[in-house]
Design a binder for this molecule. Structure first.
Ligand code: ADP
Ligand code: MG
Length: 726
């Protein structure tokens, strides 16, 4: 398999990619049912109904729905579309869709093409095969998908895709989009109230997301020759290559032509779908790349990320690549994350994480900044739960990865300004009220930020001038999980902050003084979350422990913090989930974790026993033959000298083969015991504590054997082949 794959690889050539037009605007958004197309294809009143629904949340009545569906169908047919699908985001990785044709029987049983408002607005896919954490009884397998008007329909692969939410028959969310929309509404409401302390004209606050999708490409033939990659998305074995990322020559280096062709086509398809793909570059590891669009509002940005992950997989195949979205496909080299750049912006056009031009607007900026500090400080465990997964745990908290500690990097100067602010005892002293002279540095913030170019790459939550960059999210994750946590937690924090100001004002303080006191207290209280140093260092682990910050690398334990008191105060308190939904969320996550480790463990066991052990034994036989030959020909004295190293090798191979066989048997037994646990939590804990360690220890023996055994005999493509070939 391996050599066949390498031969195929030698014959690969870059594919030709046709650019639809030299002018991007000729085809940008051509496959999106956007406002321009709505105006063209919808009667006036139907157009109004959609825009009202988008802007004000007004319901769309049946008559209008029919008109909209009809217009949508006409537009879709202009792109030769025959099918439509309600596209949704179940709690598995990726998206789900069920395709239906526009075909129907008319009154006289004749075939007609139809797409009614009813079909546009709501559907009932069989939900029983999606994870639901026990929400639905088996006899009631129905779930609903309902159109999310705020994200436009589009045409992907000749199918009309209608973005939808997915809820159970009893009304509980079974997807990522439903709670995301709730979290966004919650942060909108809470942030607007705070803004109104400064500016009454603010009516809405939008959250923005700019994601950066990292991924690896691997040649299709080599991928197919690695059962572990095919079945688990990562390599479960493989000795590190003699050269990997040490030289860092790959980062920003030139991109191989086959890869460029893939990227070009991917970008064209993104642009047709109105996804503003902007940057592409090599990442730290060989054959690792990144795609980042211009930021958009969170809901749309997240739909676009889901579409992109899908597009990537499909287009990669065409170019004889497989895209790996796993967080750690290869041990020993950089993993893949998905940085979430997050900001809040008012309907009056003010970025709340961007310092303004005058002291008053800087105070608004400072207010939001300080509330982010508090939000992260209080919700470290919820944030961690939102990104914890089997795959991501290799990126965070594992041996060669940064620790799983949350901290915020602000930059020294901005951090200094906060300290200075908090050192004053009242707003007068701090100079808040004075319009002309400013004692503290609030007035200097814009200049200072221009200087703050030292972007700390090791911080999991970094302030980068006009946004926060949440770097802990994994490459394969749905950004919604992190965005639900962050926006809900921010809503909760802002609500508490507002309540504390109200209380101080009730006690007789004026608004400025109340604001000052609340800010000062938050700055002091949240101080432990600020960290400017190396987030990957051993000292930080100790320092963080002294500061009382949590550091949890045990995945199921990290997940169970979804239901700790603080997380419940946020998620249930802000009405993002109800009790049942939250319990289900946790159950689904624990179950996903268990299944992933279970599959990895089975695959490793199989490969060890039927690929590795037989190869090791064959090679050992060759060594034994060699030893017998030497003994026959040479004198006993000569033989002793000549055979010593080979005998050692035979011994070592024997020792490792025995260890592998024993450990595979033990691991199978550990799995059996774990499988008998009768609740999700215990099962996940058992997999983490008793099964998972074998993945490491078995692999270690295999990786040694890889170095000992003749390269010609090794059955699986090696790291150097997977990572360096074009
Ligand atoms: P880097 O790799 O240096 O972090 P990139 O250019 O790869 O930077 O990605 C930055 C991402 O941040 C882009 O998706 C960009 O659109 C996004 N971004 C920029 N400004 C904001 C903002 N105010 N809010 C949210 N995202 C933003
Ligand atoms: Mg980044």
């Amino acid at each position: 398999m391996r050599f066949f794959a390498l031969q195929e690889l030698a014959n690969r050539r870059p594919l030709e990619v046709n650019i639809p037009s030299n002018k991007l605007s000729d085809y940008y958004g051509s496959h999106v049912f956007d406002r321009k197309k709505m105006q063209e294809y919808l009667p006036r009143e139907a157009y109004k109904a959609v825009t009202n629904a988008i802007e004000k949340g007004t319901p769309i009545n049946r008559e209008m729905a029919d008109l909209i569906a009809n217009g949508m169908k006409s537009w879709a047919k202009s792109l030769n579309v025959t099918h439509y699908t309600h596209w949704f985001q179940p709690l598995t990785d990726g998206t789900a869709e069920k395709h239906d044709g526009f075909i129907e029987f008319g009154e006289d049983a004749e075939v007609i093409e139809r797409f009614s408002g009813k079909l546009l607005i709501q559907q009932e896919p069989d939900a029983s095969s999606f994870p639901n954490g026990g929400i639905r009884n088996t006899f009631e397998a129905r779930g609903y998908t309902a159109w999310d008007v705020s994200s436009p329909a589009c045409v992907v692969d000749s199918t009309l895709c209608i973005p939808t939410i997915f809820i159970s028959y009893t009304g509980e969310a079974l997807d990522y989009k439903t709670p995301l929309l709730k979290a966004l509404a919650a942060v909108d409401k809470a942030a607007t109230e705070i803004c109104q302390l400064f500016d009454k004209s603010v009516n809405r606050v939008y959250a923005n997301l700019g994601w950066e999708q990292e991924y690896f490409l691997v040649d299709l033939a080599l991928y197919n020759a690695r059962p572990d990659l095919c079945l688990t998305g990562r390599t479960l074995m493989g000795h590190s290559s003699a050269k990997d990322q040490q030289l860092e020559d790959h980062y920003f280096g030139s991109i191989p032509p086959r890869v460029t062709a893939f990227m070009k086509e991917l970008e064209i398809e993104c642009h047709k779908l109105g996804i503003p793909a902007k940057t592409r570059h090599n990442e730290a590891a060989p054959n690792q790349f990144e795609l980042a669009p211009i930021f958009e509002n969170v809901n749309l940005a997240n739909d676009h990320n889901q579409l992109v992950m899908d597009l990537m997989k499909r287009i990669a195949r065409k170019h004889n690549f497989v895209v790996l979205l796993h967080e750690k496909p290869y041990n020993g080299v950089n993993g893949s994350g998905k940085h979430n750049n997050w900001s809040l912006c008012t309907d009056t056009g003010i970025n709340l994480f961007s310092p303004g031009k005058n002291p008053k607007s800087n105070l608004l900026f400072l207010t939001f900044l300080v509330n982010v500090l508090m939000m992260v400080y209080k919700n470290q465990n919820l944030l961690r739960a939102s990104i914890a997964s089997a795959g991501n745990s290799h990126r965070l908290g594992a041996n060669e990865a940064p620790p799983s500690i949350f901290s915020i990097f602000l930059g020294k100067q901005l951090s200094g300004i906060l300290d200075e602010f908090a050192s004053h005892i009242d707003s007068k002293q701090a100079g808040i009220e004075s319009k002309t002279t400013l004692k503290l540095g609030i007035g200097r913030i814009p200049e200072i930020l221009l200087d703050t170019t030292d972007r700390n790459r090791t911080s999991p939550f970094a302030f980068t001038g006009n946004r926060f960059e949440f770097r802990a999210a994994g490459a394969s994750a749905n950004c919604a999980a992190a965005m639900i946590a962050i926006n809900a937690a921010m809503a909760n924090q802002l609500n508490e902050f507002k309540a504390s100001i109200d209380k101080l004002m009730e006690e007789g303080l004026n608004k400025d003084e109340a604001l000052f006191r609340a800010l000062r207290q938050a700055i002091i209280e949240s101080e432990p979350i600020r960290f400017e140093g190396d987030g990957y260092s051993e000292e930080w682990k100790q320092e963080a422990a002294r500061r009382g910050l949590s550091n949890i690398s045990h995945v199921p334990e990290a997940l169970t913090h979804y239901v700790d008191n603080q997380s419940r105060a946020v998620l249930i308190g802000e009405r993002i989930f109800n009790e049942t939904e939250l319990a289900c969320r946790l159950e689904v996550e624990l179950e996903k974790y268990t299944m992933k480790v279970q599959i990895e463990s089975r695959v490793l066991g199989d490969l060890a026993l039927n690929h590795i052990v037989p190869t090791a034994v064959s090679y050992q036989n060759r060594l034994l033959e060699n030893l017998r030959g030497l003994k026959e020909i040479f004198s006993p004295e000569e033989y002793e000298v000549m055979s010593a190293d080979r005998k050692d090798l035979v011994r070592d191979i024997s020792r490792r083969v025995t260890a592998i066989k024993m450990q595979v048997a033990e691991m199978t037994e550990a799995r059996r015991v774990a499988n008998h646990k009768d609740n999700f939590k215990e099962k996940a804990y058992a997999y983490e504590e008793t099964v998972r360690p074998y993945l490491e220890s078995i692999r270690e023996h295999i990786d040694h054997l890889e170095m000992e055994i003749d390269d010609e005999m090794w059955p699986l493509p090696k790291y150097r082949e997977l990572m360096f070939t074009k």
